[in-house]
Design a binder for this molecule. Structure first.
Ligand SMILES: Nc1ncnc2c1ncn2[C@@H]1O[C@H](COP(=O)(O)OP(=O)(O)O)[C@@H](O)[C@H]1O
Ligand SMILES: [Mg+2]
Length: 229
């Protein structure tokens, strides 16, 4: 089952007279249960691509379908609703709200969807799965970096998204916490067939995917780094 289909996506930024082409002819197909890694150095366009694939930003050209729906023509309101129901996001910086507890934070997407009470049980399950049960009443500042990133992952999963998008989720973690996060992602894939797409500049993280890509000169290519050691 195809979860995401991107067809000939282009994106440039204009600042003053400068014209910066970031993405040119991106094509991508992701099926249920895929774990896709997109590797590339800082500035190559990973966040730009992820934001477009997650409907947070619009391409200049090209089409995007998610869960068999062409989202290119949806209104902003329809898009927000679609995103809330189908897409889970983890950003490089966790973007947790400091004045809310861990539990309140992860229920935010559920509140937006109008089912925060029904989702309390789901939140509990996620806390247990990610080893955060004892942390649910803590505020983000009272958590370690690794715990905060796992909490951001719980928040991304609370509405049971069809695809989880994570932008350099291990970028600010030490090796131990990064490995732990990757283990959780692998478990989500293996146990729940969760579809996952992450960006990274770290080859050790990139090799975890079953679909491994490199973003280079604005296009996606197969990441051959591991086939020819
Ligand atoms: N809103 C913007 N306006 C102008 N240039 C931007 C904007 N966002 C990103 N860029 C530029 O586009 C390029 C790709 O950025 P980005 O997608 O953030 O790369 P990455 O996530 O791989 O580091 C960079 O050169 C960056 O400076
Ligand atoms: Mg980035």
């Amino acid at each position: 089952m195809t979860i995401l289909h991107a067809n000939s996506i282009h994106k440039s930024y204009r600042t003053g007279k400068k014209h910066l082409k970031v993405l040119s002819d991106i094509n991508l197909e992701i099926s249920k249960g895929d774990f896709v890694t997109i590797m590339g150095p800082s500035g190559c366009g990973k966040s730009t691509l992820l934001n477009i694939l997650g409907t947070l930003d619009k391409p200049d050209e090209g089409d995007l379908s998610l869960c068999s729906k062409n989202v290119s023509q949806l209104s902003d309101t329809a898009l927000s609703k679609f995103r809330n129901q189908h897409i889970g996001f983890v950003f490089q910086f966790h973007h947790l709200l400091p004045e809310f507890t861990a539990e309140e934070n992860i229920l935010i997407p559920a509140r937006i969807a109008g089912n925060q009470f029904e989702s309390k049980h789901k939140a509990q399950e996620l806390f247990e799965y990610f080893g955060l049960k004892e942390r649910k009443d803590h505020f983000p500042l009272q958590l370690s970096g690794g715990e905060r990133q796992r909490l951001a992952l719980c928040r991304a999963l609370v509405n049971e998204p069809d695809i989880l998008l994570a932008d350099e989720p291990t970028g600010n973690l030490d090796t131990g916490n990064a490995n732990k996060l990757i283990e959780y992602l692998n478990n989500l894939r293996n146990e729940f067939k969760q579809t996952i797409l992450i960006t990274t500049h770290n080859p050790d993280v990139a090799k975890e995917g079953n679909i491994r890509l490199i973003l280079e000169n604005g296009t996606l290519q197969t990441n051959n780094l591991f086939e020819n050691p």
